[in-house]
Ligand binder design. Structure first.
Ligand code: ADP
Length: 442
């Protein structure tokens, strides 16, 4: 539309210029003819025309040509300027339209978004954010982001803010916000630094409400916890009675009967182990595991576990290597320490074939205890390294060759490490072996 208008203006201008040019030429020629008529000028062969007459007629042509050229230049420059102006207008209009659209998307998005200033003040909450905080924009704007998180999350927020100030994004951090009425919502928080017009950057913060999902998860975990707890009593009863029957205290059993009762006992032991594992998982997930620190002789705990695994170690003729440094008594929770050693050592024995080697090193690294379990077993395929601490995950090679496993052991180790503020990592090569290293503050 505007382009058409610009073209029309140029056409009108060109017609006016032509009319002006025509008039000029007409006036020029008329004067020339008047001169001719008056006999002042005679049209003769060129050589017979006087110098003045020739100059006069050439002057007329030159004036005409000059007028044409100047008109053309003016026309072209005006047309170009109009076109540039038009393109600039269109670009501005497009930019405004897309800005408007982005703003609308931001405002109407079902995901709660906030803009935060460099100092961590809330600047522009969208509608979903207002719904999440259950408040109005005036109550949020210009307030420090801290005021909406409970105290125990402040340190976490501090880290996220300094990351953002250093232009580093943070993804999917689980926290909970506190509304004015005191209710809490679990959120997954991400912050992306965005450059603003001023020199200091802003941050785009997204908060995904996962309260309902967390509640369902918690209800499931509570159910597992309750069920495992209830299962322990009948399983213990089966254990005692089968042990009594095997011992012969209630009369001698026939060899076949002993064989079957032993099978019941064995299966029951596996069931007790599974139930205890489930109970540990649920307690760790619910955060109800009370850390009970006391002086622990680490080597004794390790030796005790190796003794328990003796049957499996001997059956597979696995050679056990030990490297123990001089370790002082450690102030830690023996049950949790046991879970780490038990899972790492039993895995090493389980995933190492007959005649292989398992090595346990217990050493001090500065103020930390390092537990290193190395084996010459099947290893973990590289493509599965990232998933190995995931709940219920078992690598493909382990699933194919060893049916006994539930994928909870390493998940427990990782969760225990979080409780004890330690860390666990591994290096592994498929078909060659694995080394797990757990580090615990002393
Ligand atoms: P599982 O009960 O299956 O052993 P874990 O959680 O203890 O469960 O281990 C998860 C998976 O990690 C195992 O299924 C196996 O694939 C792999 N894994 C753990 N330890 C080792 C190891 N020492 N060597 C090879 N694979 C291992």
């Amino acid at each position: 539309m505007e382009e058409q208008k610009a073209v029309n203006t140029s056409v009108v201008f060109a017609l006016l210029a032509l009319a002006f040019l025509g008039t000029l030429l007409f006036v020029g020629w008329s004067s020339f003819l008047v001169f001719l008529d008056s006999g002042d000028i005679t049209v003769l062969p060129f050589s017979k025309v006087s110098l003045e007459e020739t100059l006069l007629s050439w002057l007329l042509y030159a004036t005409g040509a000059l007028v044409v050229a100047v008109t053309l230049i003016i026309y072209l420059s005006i047309a170009a300027r109009e076109r540039a102006q038009h393109i600039a207008n269109r670009m501005l209009r497009d930019a405004l339209a897309s800005q408007q659209m982005l703003l609308q998307l931001f405002q109407e998005s079902p995901i709660p978004y906030l803009l935060i200033s460099y100092e961590g003040k809330i600047q522009m909450p969208n509608k979903a954010a207002l719904r999440l905080f259950d408040t109005v924009a005036e109550e949020l704007e210009d307030k420090k982001i801290y005021s909406f998180f409970p105290k125990e999350n402040h340190e976490h927020i501090d880290i996220l803010l300094s990351r953002f100030q250093s232009n580093v994004a943070s993804h999917e951090e689980e926290l909970f916000i506190e509304r004015e009425d005191g209710t809490r919502r679990y959120v997954i928080l991400s912050i992306f630094p965005v450059q603003s017009k001023e020199s200091k950057r802003n941050g785009l913060m997204s908060l995904v409400d996962i309260t309902e999902r967390e509640e369902v998860e918690r209800a499931k975990t509570e159910f597992v916890s309750l069920a495992s707890h209830q299962l322990r009593t009948p399983l213990s009863a089966i254990k005692w009675y089968t042990e009594l029957l095997i011992s012969g205290d209630f009369g001698e059993l026939q060899p076949r009967q002993v064989k079957y009762v032993e099978k019941v006992h064995e299966s029951n032991e596996r069931m007790i182990e599974l139930v205890n594992t489930l109970l540990n998982v649920s307690r760790l997930e619910l955060g109800t595991f009370m850390v009970d620190r006391k002086p622990v002789v680490i080597i004794d705990v390790a030796e005790n576990i190796l003794e328990e695994l003796k049957g499996k170690i001997n059956a597979k003729k696995i050679i056990i290597g030990r490297q123990y440094s001089q370790l002082p008594t450690m102030n830690t929770d023996p049950k949790l320490l046991r879970m780490i050693l038990q899972n790492l050592l039993s895995n090493a024995v389980k995933y190492t074939p007959e005649g292989g080697r398992v090595n346990l090193a217990l050493q001090l690294q500065g103020s930390k205890l390092e537990i290193v379990v190395t084996d010459t077993g099947m290893g973990i395929p590289k493509k599965e390294h990232d998933l190995i601490f995931t709940k219920l995950y078992r690598a493909e090679n382990a699933r194919e060759l060893i049916s006994d496993g539930n994928g909870l052991g390493l998940y427990i180790v990782k969760a225990v490490m979080e409780v004890l503020e330690g860390s666990v990592s591994f290096v592994s090569e498929e078909g060659r072996g694995t080394t797990f290293t757990a580090t615990l503050p002393f």
